[in-house]
Design a protein around this ligand. Structure first.
Ligand code: AQP
Length: 328
């Protein structure tokens, strides 16, 4: 039995990238494991979200988890801000990580550059420390994430090891697990950039709530590379991205797809891909709608998840406080 934990930040609508790169994998392998899948709403604060939007996005992301197959009977689904141990442990861990380490985080560098001086809030800088607390409270074995989050899990490992060396075994040192395919789904209009839910311009981003027509339109307008062959290559990032998406939604191997589309133009390939994406997502969208509409049911799932998570997180915080001499 393994303990697994991961989260989806309610900063916007969930994207096909979130789904294919991470969330879909969370639904696999729940049986026989102890799973914690949470909504890190405190992590969303660094963009100072609109209160109504962040609240709605939190419920929506929870409904997506259920729709994508995360089973509340097998996994705790919970809201980060409902478990104060996350923020309390963050304050403690702040003292076991340096400014230099946090400055080297790629996500901080990217996002602080985009946001200008105004966007460089301490919450953005602190993000990896809160994430370390999210993970270390639960003695997790595995953290299944997309490629973009790997560096943060590695920092979490360093913080845990440092703390354990000082105070004796306290935290389990977690391992990031990254899917081979789809770990980084790229923007359809700019294949150099990953698909992101908080992007101001969503035209290159497939949102899980997009209508079939809008999804098809976005796929048909996706940029392609020079030449016309439907094949993966380092110098063909756009078509490689589309092939990865195709392969993940149909279960067909990349090699089989390349063979099928040998000599077939980009137009036909994109039309078929659009159809495959719509076919794959339609039943998930229906489950999402039903889950979201049943507000009482969703709240009950979140309450059950909160209780399960708090029962693990709170004793861990007490253990940490005792070790470092805090009187509670
Ligand atoms: N484009 C992507 N391809 C593959 N995996 C991805 N993930 C995110 N984007 C892609 C993975 O989805 C999980 C949940 O992500 P998150 O919401 O916690 O944070 P994020 O990585 O910052 O995702 P976004 O969509 O880019 O959000 P914003 O725009 O708010 O920053 C993670 O496991 C992530 O790796």
């Amino acid at each position: 039995m393994k303990r697994k934990l991961s989260g989806i930040k309610p900063t916007g609508e969930v994207t096909l990238g979130n789904y294919l790169g991470a969330m879909r994998g969370w639904a696999d392998g729940q049986e026989g494991n102890e799973n914690f899948y949470f909504l890190p709403n405190l992590h969303a604060l660094n963009i100072r979200p609109n209160p109504t939007e962040v609240r709605n996005n939190t419920y929506a992301a929870a409904a997506w988890l259920v729709a994508m197959g995360v089973d509340p009977k097998l996994s705790a689904i919970y809201i980060q801000s409902q478990i104060p141990a996350h923020t309390e442990l963050t304050w403690v861990l702040n003292n076991y990580v340096t400014m230099g380490e946090l400055s080297r985080m790629t996500q901080f560098k990217d996002k602080s550059q985009k946001g200008g001086a105004e966007g460089q809030v301490v919450g953005l800088f602190e993000y990896p420390v809160l994430m370390a607390a999210d993970i270390l409270l639960y003695d997790v074995d595995e953290v299944p994430v997309g490629e973009d989050q790997k560096q943060h899990v590695e920092l979490t490992r360093d913080i845990a090891t440092r703390f354990n060396n000082l105070y004796g075994d306290t935290f389990k040192v977690p391992v990031p697990t990254i899917q081979k395919e789809g770990a980084r789904i790229m923007d359809l209009l700019n294949p150099e950039k990953k698909m992101s839910k908080s992007d101001a311009d969503a035209s290159g981003c497939i949102m899980m709530t997009d209508s079939p027509d809008l999804m098809s339109q976005k796929i048909k307008r996706a940029v392609t590379d020079s030449g016309s062959s439907v094949a993966t290559a380092d110098d063909k990032p756009a078509i490689t991205n589309l092939l990865v998406i195709y392969s993940l939604v149909t279960g067909e191997s990349m090699a089989a797809l390349e063979q099928r589309y040998a000599g077939v133009g980009y137009g036909q390939f994109k039309a078929d891909l659009a159809e495959a994406v719509v076919e794959h997502l339609t039943p998930i969208q229906a489950r999402y709608q039903a889950t979201l509409e049943d507000q009482d049911g969703l709240r009950a799932i979140l309450e059950q998840g909160r209780a399960k998570a708090a029962a693990v997180a709170e004793p861990k915080l007490v253990e940490v406080y005792e070790k470092i001499g805090m009187i509670r």
